[in-house]
Ligand binder design. Structure first.
Ligand code: PMP
Ligand code: GLN
Length: 386
């Protein structure tokens, strides 16, 4: 290009760690326990329903806000699970993955100079979306090793410039989940402030040990100011379909859709219809998902008992943190790369999800256990021999 100078809006942003590690795993022929995706398929009946719509003419643009049947099914789900009455026409929008919903919610409310609070280690799509709106991300570290939130620190960080707080429970990458005390603390902090909440609840159904997922959908006073985001990719073992949704009150949804209509406009038709049928006829699938993944978590943790890694079983998500203080002094990025190359098992270094990776002691790797038992056995065997 002649004479043009491209000035990046995201100069500090490289390629997302999930792409980096999955690519490295493929290049090195390593077992990929890094990026979160199952190595098994979604329910056969769901695949059949999508195939049905694909081959019966449901292949043109659906409505911008999502097909009515799917929005109605989502409305029933949030009512059954959380007691929220959400109007499918004014409060529910289907999106191209949770990633799109997160972006649209951030773009809808963040103006240049606004501050947005995130909790480190934070999922990596939040900050770039804030930066692109001219917002400023304020990072609050969670308290290791429990990865809970220091609400006093949050109270000290909220100012008249704070526009949005991004929450994430169950939490990726730590596997911690919120208690009712967290909800109460959030409520105390936002009341009296003109602050919105973006609740990333993509792992809402993957909660263990009889604990309850504290969806903000349960709390009408918080819901008034919240966008609640989820993803069918996690729930139906179909991360590649990229279908998610956002539930928010009518005024927030109207602004959300102003953005959504010009980001993707809408989301692919046959998958939406297939999901609508499946949600209606098989609510047991999401109700049983916690038990399904708890068994995998327990298997993986049990298999690692003889290893040099330390672990506290996750409370939710399909990720398990492994502490490696008894194994290596290496930084986690270096170790994750070395294990991929030499031991042939890929993981995710957690330090990359911090504002300043160097400022924290990171002796943990994130391993993904949404895998067939045989894959988990193969991974654990490698890790036990280190
Ligand atoms: N938020 C979190 C915390 C996630 O782990 C993911 C998973 N990729 C997403 C958002 C994005 O979900 P989706 O793949 O539906 O865009
Ligand atoms: N959420 C997935 C994870 O945490 C990855 C998503 C992505 O690759 N963008 O591993």
């Amino acid at each position: 290009m002649s004479g043009q100078s491209l000035q990046s809006k995201l100069p500090g942003v490289g390629t997302t760690i999930f792409t980096v590690m999955s690519q490295m795993a493929a290049d090195e022929g390593a077992l990929n326990l890094s990026q979160g995706f199952p190595d098994f398929d979604g329910p056969p009946e769901l695949l059949e329903r999508v195939q049905y719509y694909l081959t019966h003419g449901y292949n043109q643009y659906p409505p911008m806000m999502g097909v009515a049947a799917l929005r109605e099914a989502i409305s029933h789900k949030v009512s059954d699970l959380y007691g929220l009455v959400a109007d499918p026409d004014r409060e529910i929008t289907v999106t191209s993955g949770a990633t799109e919903a997160l972006f649209c919610a951030i773009a809808a409310v963040v103006h240049p100079g606004d501050e947005v609070i995130v909790f480190d280690p934070a999922y990596d799509s939040y900050e770039p979306a804030v930066t692109l709106q001219g917002g400023v991300t304020r990072h609050i570290p969670m308290r290791a090793p429990a990865f809970d939130i220091d609400w006093d620190l949050v109270a000290d960080t909220v100012t008249e410039h704070t526009r949005l707080i991004i929450t994430n429970t169950p939490h990726n990458p730590s596997g911690s989940i919120w208690s009712l005390a967290d909800v109460d603390a959030l409520r105390r902090i936002v009341s009296g402030h003109s602050v919105f909440v973006l609740a990333d609840e993509v792992y809402e159904h993957i909660v263990f040990d009889g604990l309850q997922h504290e969806s903000l959908c349960r709390y009408p006073d918080l819901m008034e100011r919240s966008f609640v985001v989820s993803s069918f990719g996690k729930t139906y073992h179909t991360t590649g379909w990229k279908v998610g949704y956002c539930v928010a009150p009518p005024d927030l949804t109207a602004e959300f859709r102003r953005v959504h209509q010009f980001v993707t406009f809408t989301t692919n038709t046959p998958v939406q219809y297939g999901l609508a049928d499946f949600l209606e006829h098989h609510p047991e699938h999401h109700l049983e998902l916690g038990a399904f993944y708890q068994r995998k978590r327990d298997l993986f943790c049990q298999l690692l008992e003889g290893s040099r890694f330390s672990l506290t079983p996750s409370s939710g998500t399909y990720f398990q943190l492994l502490g490696y203080e008894n194994y290596s002094d290496e930084g986690d990025v270096i170790l994750a790369e070395r294990l991929t190359r030499e031991a042939k098992v890929a993981s995710i270094p957690v330090s990359v999800f911090y504002e300043d990776p160097a400022a924290h002691e990171h002796r943990v790797l994130r391993l993904c256990f949404c895998k067939d038992d045989a894959t988990l056995r193969a991974g654990a065997e490698i890790l036990c021999h280190l």
